[in-house]
Structure formats: C-alpha cells, structure tokens
Write a protein that binds this ligand. Structure first.
Ligand SMILES: C[S@@+](CC[C@H](N)C(=O)[O-])C[C@H]1O[C@@H](n2cnc3c(N)ncnc32)[C@H](O)[C@@H]1O
Length: 245
C-alpha cells in the first residue's frame, strides 16, 4: 500500500479499523522484535513506567488493545491482582497468552474485544490502560467514553502513544526516523509491505500531547500527568476518573 492509499484510510473509519485489525494479525510474529529494534530497546521501560504510575496492589486492570500483552504483564509486575487484556486481533492475543504462560504470569486473561464497545460492566475496574492503541482508533471519543464507563469512580487511566509532534529542535530527526527508517526496517523485519508506512501516517493524523489532554478532559477525566519520553516521540498521559462525573 502506498503512502497515498494509507492516507485515504483516514477518510473512512470502518475501512481503517478493518485494515488495522488485519494488519496487526499479519505482523504479530515479528511485532515484539520490531518494537525492540524501532525504539532501541526502550519500549518495555515505558510500559513499566505507565503501569507503575497507575497500578496499586490488588487492582483489577483492563489493558485495551493489549496486542502481545506486554503492558498487561507490566501491570501484574506492578502489583495488579487481575489483568484483562483485550484486543480485536486474535493472533496478537495468541502470542499474549503464550507469553503469559511462558513467563508464568498468573491472573491474566486475554480476550477478543473492541475498545469502543468493551465487554465489561460499568464501574468494574480500577485501572484502564493502553499502549500504542488509541492512535489507531477512528472513533477515539467512543474509546475514551468506554474507559470512563468501566472505571470505578476514582479509577486511574494511563495511555502511552506516539503523538503528533508539536515542534521542537528534534522534530526533523524524528520525522526521518518515522518516515524513512521505520518503514524500511518494518518491511525487512515484519515482511509486511504497508504496516510501517501506515505508522508515520497515523502519527501525522493523531493529536499533539496538548490536544490529547483536551480530549481526555472532554471525556470527563482529570489529567494528572503528561510526560514526554524519548525526546518527545512518545507521550504518557495519566488521568483519574473523578468520584462524581
Ligand atoms: C500498536 S499495537 C499495541 C499493542 C500493545 N498494547 C503494545 O504495547 O505493544 C495496537 C493494538 O491495538 C489493537 N487495536 C486497535 N484498535 C482496536 C480496537 N478498536 N479494539 C481493540 N483492539 C484494538 C490492535 O489490534 C493492536 O494489537
């Protein structure tokens, strides 16, 4: 798929969601390896940081768009009693389950589910978290509404994402990394022709950290922390659902 055709996906939410679901299914065998290479080994540290920012001992956590389960496992490490990892790409979940068994993490359950229609009751979890998913969701507000619905009052949210960069001296270097290096590496490592061409286009269509903060507030969250990681190429938002929405 050319960059131009990838761009056109952003005019049709249903087509983009279908593309994302199939594409992550296709790249699942090499997904973790590509993450490690593309972030120079930093990505697991960001997940641990996000988990530690929101998880308290004994919490019930939902990891939306869990993929191969790395954030879910970081939440168990941070003290969660139970983590539910949801994703709409079945082959990513197969990898998450295998990893969880291999690393002997108990108390994780991985299930098919759409972040815009969570199969969970109202006010049923202490933490809603997500790593590198929200940029892929055409109806972002629906996903944030669902997060607010399933969180108990006072519950916490953490989101890791590659934001649209809002300036800064390193922006030209980040653009070369995402637009030139990542697509080439991605083709080489994953064998997929468009997944890592889609990635920089999806970043360009996403929000700056400030814009995402505003969307969280509009969904009713109190934003308690915004951190820029790896020279601003990754953002971590931490928020809280007020006791009374
Ligand atoms: C970039 S991967 C991130 C996976 C994992 N969270 C991580 O940290 O590596 C994005 C994941 O979100 C999933 N995803 C995208 N949109 C989704 C949706 N609406 N509902 C559930 N999963 C979704 C994709 O299938 C994919 O596994």
């Amino acid at each position: 798929m050319t960059a131009d055709r990838t761009d056109r996906l952003f005019e049709d939410g249903a087509a983009r969601a279908a593309y994302v679901q199939t594409m992550f299914g296709d790249i699942s065998p090499r997904y973790d390896l590509m993450n490690r290479v593309m972030t120079v080994g930093q990505d697991q540290g960001w997940r641990r940081r996000a988990a530690r920012a929101v998880v308290r001992p004994g919490d019930t956590v939902v990891d939306a768009g869990t993929g191969t389960g790395d954030l879910a496992l970081a939440c168990i490490d941070a003290g969660a009693a139970q983590v539910i990892g949801l994703d709409f790409a079945g082959t990513m979940l197969t990898r998450a389950r295998a990893k969880s068994e291999r690393e002997q993490f108990g108390h994780t359950g991985f299930a098919l589910g759409d972040a815009t229609r969570l199969p969970l009751p109202d006010a049923s979890v202490d933490v809603w978290c997500s790593a590198f998913m929200v940029r892929n969701i055409p109806d972002l507000d629906a996903a944030l509404r669902e997060a607010a619905r399933v969180l108990r009052p006072g519950g916490r949210l953490a989101v890791l994402e590659i934001p649209k960069m809002d300036g800064g001296l390193l922006r030209p270097f980040a653009r070369v990394h995402f637009n030139q290096v990542v697509p080439r590496l991605g083709r080489l490592i994953s064998g997929h022709s468009s997944a890592y061409t889609y990635l920089p286009v999806s970043v360009d269509h996403f929000l700056t950290p400030r814009e995402f903060t505003a969307r969280l507030r509009a969904a009713g969250f109190e934003v308690t922390q915004v951190r820029r990681l790896m020279f601003g190429t990754v953002a971590m938002h931490v928020a809280r659902k007020p006791e009374v929405l």
